[in-house]
Design a protein around this ligand. Structure first.
Ligand SMILES: [Zn+2]
Length: 369
């Protein structure tokens, strides 16, 4: 890692398509596209890695079609790197039946039964061809009884081993996923199992699903304590500025979340003074940008008065503009974190983030959009 401030680190990650800077945030392109935002604009904002969902892409259009078209980069047209999740989170949220063999669920598009084994998740992700693939894991709803968390973390360990063994493409990185709910001891055990197998990077899954912030951070601490220093650490599904900044201070390098674009489509802008509802009366007829200091295309040209108007009469157009600004906000947050690490001023930045974002957690839910 190029620089450290306490446990926070910034540096570069080498992927087969090139180097990317960390800490990094990945916008979510569930079906190969960030909703409402052309991929060219996502890249222009500075994002270097896009996340897509294996579960959705394997059902439609299918991994074979993406492979025939030259892989995910050609398919999405995104100028940058890519990561595909394994489908573990969607499997849980759609109520799949889990057996030791794999997950069995109904195809959301046509109702047919689909089985996804750890081996299938590997061949599918290799065919889709992202720079980073994820091992298939077993997510657990929180809160859950300890026995359930324990069973699921053991199965996650077995599936991680099978994923590792089935993964063939050495140029594609494979990350393992640590589970274990918010119990520090279970998180520690899962970390030991997953790191013993050995992966190119390690993800922390199954957090920020409704538990308290303190529990989320405690669970992250117990995982990071057992992870190797040299490899990237990825906190899945977290984009809340408070959690993102604090996780970075604990030594996490990568994040993804649907929240910035999802709340944009519901009329909320992210600003350095907190969330802002553009529908609010205060914005009516107001000839001011969302944020004076934001250099995004929206803040350069569009007034709060127009956004307020569109939020009432044309929610899609308002959603497009707000999505673009919110992604710019998220990139600015990451940039501030990188600069604070390089300037050894993480503590000052955290104090500022706590002041603005210490309220309710901004949730991403299923990191599919
Ligand atoms: Zn802006």
């Amino acid at each position: 890692m190029a620089h450290r401030d306490g446990s926070a680190r910034c540096g570069e990650l080498r992927l087969r398509t090139g180097l990317v800077e960390t800490p990094l945030f990945m916008p979510v392109a569930t079906r190969g596209f960030v909703r409402y935002v052309p991929s060219e604009l996502v890249a222009d904002l500075g994002f270097q890695v896009l996340l897509s969902n294996t579960y959705h892409l394997m059902l439609r259009p299918g991994a074979d079609i993406i492979a025939q078209m030259g892989g995910l980069a050609r398919f999405t047209g995104f100028r940058g790197a890519s990561l595909t999740d394994s489908g573990g989170f969607q499997i849980m949220s759609l109520g799949a039946k889990i057996t030791p063999e794999g997950a069995h669920f109904r195809n959301v598009y046509d109702g047919s039964w689909v089985t996804l084994t750890p081996e299938d998740a590997m061949t599918t992700q290799e065919r889709i061809g992202a720079d980073i693939a994820m091992a298939l894991d077993v997510c657990t709803q929180l809160p859950s009884p300890r026995e359930v968390l324990e069973d699921n973390l053991v199965l996650t360990g077995q599936w991680a081993e099978r994923s590792r063994a089935a993964h063939r493409d050495e140029t594609q990185q494979l990350f393992g996923i640590v589970q274990g709910g918010v119990d520090p001891e279970l998180r520690g055990r899962s970390t030991e199992m997953i790191t013993r197998i050995g992966f190119d990077g390690y993800a922390i899954g199954g957090l920020a699903v409704g538990e308290s912030r303190e529990s989320t951070l405690e669970a992250i601490r117990s995982v990071v304590a057992g992870l190797p220093e040299e490899q990237p650490r990825y906190l899945m599904g977290v984009g809340d500025p408070y959690l993102l900044a604090h996780a970075t201070s604990l030594g996490v390098d990568m994040f993804d979340c649907v929240a910035p674009t999802r709340i944009a489509r519901h009329g909320t802008a992210l600003t350095d003074e907190g969330p802002l509802r553009v529908k609010g009366r205060a914005n009516r007829g107001l000839d001011e940008p969302l944020e004076l200091k934001c250099d995004c295309r929206v803040c350069q040209r569009v007034s709060r008065g127009l956004l307020h108007h569109l939020a009432h009469v044309d929610t899609e157009s308002a959603g497009t503009l707000l999505s673009l600004h919110n992604l710019a906000f998220q990139f600015r947050l990451i940039t501030r974190l990188r600069e604070a690490i390089r300037g050894n001023s993480m503590q000052e930045l955290l104090a500022d983030i706590d002041r603005v974002w210490g309220g309710p957690v901004m949730r991403g839910g299923d990191h599919a959009d």
